[in-house]
Structures are given as C-alpha cells and as structure tokens.
Design a protein around this ligand. Structure first.
Ligand code: SP5
Ligand code: ZN
Length: 342
C-alpha cells in the first residue's frame, strides 16, 4: 500500500502538554511518525511518497476563513507578547456568553478558537498542520490507483469548522472526504476508530446526508472529549440518520469491540458509499498511555480484514495512538490485515 507523509510534521514539536492537571512531555510527539515510518520500511508495506503543496482551496471547503487566518498568524502574534514558549489558551468556555464578540488580543483569540488547554500551539504548528492536510489531500488524489495510507500528523478528527483541540488543528479526514465529494464521489462514509470520539468530524457533517459519519470510541461520560459521542447523536435536518456513535465502556476488549464494528460496517454497506475514509487511531491499544481500551496487535489485523470486506477504495487517515513501542506494529497490522483481504 502507498503511504503519503510529510517531513514538515516535525515542525510541530511542543515542549510540554497539559494532561489531567500535570505538565508532561507531549504524548503527541514527532516520534509517532518516525516509529510508523520505520515499521512500514522494515515490513515492506509498500512505497512512501512526500505530500504535495495543494494550496488552501480544499481546506477552506471545511474550515472557516477567519479560523484558517487565525491559525496561520497566531504564532507571530503570540511571540510579540510572550516570546517563544508554547501558546496555550486559558479558558475553554468556547463561545458561550458573548460568543458574538471576538477578542482582539491573542490570548483571547486562542480561547475563542479552541476547546481545550491540552493542545499547545508552537512556532511550526501551522506549517505542520497545513502539511498534514496536504498529506490527506495528496493521498486522496492517489485513491484511484488503490487504497492509500495518509500518515497525517498533527491529527485532525477533533478539529471543527472553527475550533482546535485534542492535538488537532485542521480536520484532515473531513478535508479529504470533501475533496472526494468535490471530485465526483456521490456518497462518502467516514468510519472513525480512534479511541476518542471524532467530535470535529461529526460536527462538520452533522447536517449532511452525503457523508455518513460513524465513530467507535470510549463512552464520553468516562473520557475525552466529554461533551459529544453519545449514541443518541443521530444528525440533524438532512443529516438525520447519517451520524452513528458507538460508545463503549472503559476496558473494552475485542469481543465487545467487534460487535460495534460489525454494526458500523453493516450501516456502511447499507449506505453504499463510493469511497471510505478511516480515521485511524490506535490509541485503543491495551498499552496506550492516555486511553483505556484493551485491543491487541492481532485485533488490528482483524479490523483491517473486516474493513476490506466492504470492497471499497479506502483512504486511511492517521489520527491518535501514543504507545511508542507498539504504534508502528499496530498501524502496519491493520494496513496489512486490510491488504491481505482486499
Ligand atoms: C487525536 C487524539 O487522540 N487526541 C486525544 C486528545 C486527548 N487529550 C486529553 C486526554 C485526557 C486523558 N485523561 C482523561 C481521563 C478521563 N477520565
Ligand atoms: Zn484519540
């Protein structure tokens, strides 16, 4: 399978991350990509290709222009007042009281355009985020020749039209799905198998029936992002019936996980998409440092095989997964499981 990536991801390299009340070494680190690339090379999964710069047009199909403008200028504004330590928003009240007013100062803007304080913005964040979106778009452009793995970093599925958070700035999977639609696919399904609910992707397509969104994740009552991901979020207006959440309890193992996966795959078959986007997180792994599911490496092989049973072109888009010792083998297991059964 072809892998698309960009070395520009290394430019997003925060020094600290606020995680459950502690400043820790960022779990969302550049090493994640180098581990995956190394596993791809040693297992000879297939060729790798550097992403092309494809401009802003496809990104502005998903994200608001003022949000993109903010992301591209935030660091230079921040540096003027604070110098070069990482930028973090203080409040994550996201557009509650007086959400009609956009703050003038950079500290206020960071809060206006984000929904958590766990996502540092650094000197190279914009360069990395835009390159990550171009990884997804370059991969999308190669989908006609077969399924592709977009090795995106930073990840994307928590980013909404106008909010960053959860280590995500631009929603790579949503951008690619929209590009598929714009290039002739009538129906696209996005299956999100990251441990965390894909709140950003859900929000982007919540009122649409042309992009089916399904997400299997930890119960939001027990884990991040806390305020979405419940089973009764079914979509609105045109999109009613085209959003499906499968929240699972902490400690979930394969036998329970596979039931949700089978249900989701059944809905996708019924929908009949022209193409499938997989938001691929491997933070469902038993050894993940920030998550609490218990999947094993062999289970990822099985997930890949089940996805292959849909017989559709698949764009795999990298999201989360933080167990450094296993992230490479888990991603490759899933992609191989897919390839061996496609
Ligand atoms: C892309 C991706 O996987 N983003 C994940 C961002 C998660 N950040 C917050 C982690 C909070 C972990 N602890 C929550 C404990 C809940 N009981
Ligand atoms: Zn995640």
């Amino acid at each position: 399978m072809l892998t698309v990536y960009s070395p520009a991801h290394q430019r997003h390299n925060p020094s600290l991350e606020l995680l459950d009340g502690k400043y820790v070494s960022p779990v969302e680190s550049p090493q994640r990509v180098s581990e995956i690339l190394q596993a791809i090379a040693t297992t000879q999964l297939g060729p790798t290709l550097e992403a092309q710069n494809l401009g802003l047009e496809a990104i502005l199909r998903i994200h608001d222009a003022d949000y993109v403008e903010f992301l591209s200028t935030a660091w230079s504004e921040w540096v003027v007042s604070h110098g070069t330590y990482d930028a973090l928003p203080l409040s994550a009240t996201t557009r509650s009281f007086r959400s009609d007013r956009r703050p003038r100062c950079i500290e206020g803007k960071l809060s206006y355009y984000s929904f958590d304080a766990g996502t540092p913005l650094t000197a190279g964040t914009w360069d990395a985020a835009i390159a990550s979106a171009h990884v997804a778009l370059t991969a999308q452009a190669h989908l006609e020749q077969g399924s592709v793995f977009a090795l995106c970093r930073p990840p994307g599925h928590h980013a909404t039209q106008n909010l960053y958070g959860g280590y995500c700035f631009l929603n790579n999977a949503a951008i690619a799905a929209q590009a598929l639609r714009d290039r002739g696919a009538e129906r696209v399904a996005i299956l999100d198998i990251d441990y965390h609910h894909g709140n950003g992707t859900q929000s982007i397509f919540y009122d649409r029936s042309d992009v089916l969104f399904l997400s299997i994740h930890a119960d939001p009552a027990d884990d991040y992002p806390f305020f979405s991901g419940y089973a009764d979020e079914g979509g609105i207006a045109q999109g009613d019936g085209f959003n499906h959440n499968y929240p699972l309890p902490l400690g979930t193992q394969w036998h329970l996980y596979q039931d949700a996966l089978h249900t989701a795959l059944h809905r996708i078959r019924q929908f009949g998409p022209d193409a499938l986007v997989i938001s691929l997180g491997v933070d469902t792994f038993e050894g993940d440092p920030i998550a609490k599911f218990c999947l094993h490496t062999d289970d990822y092989r099985a997930i890949g095989a089940l996805i292959a049973s849909l017989s559709r072109p698949v764009l795999f888009v990298m999201e989360g997964g933080y167990a450094m010792e296993a992230i490479g083998q888990n991603v490759v297991a899933l992609l191989r499981g897919y390839q061996d059964h496609a």
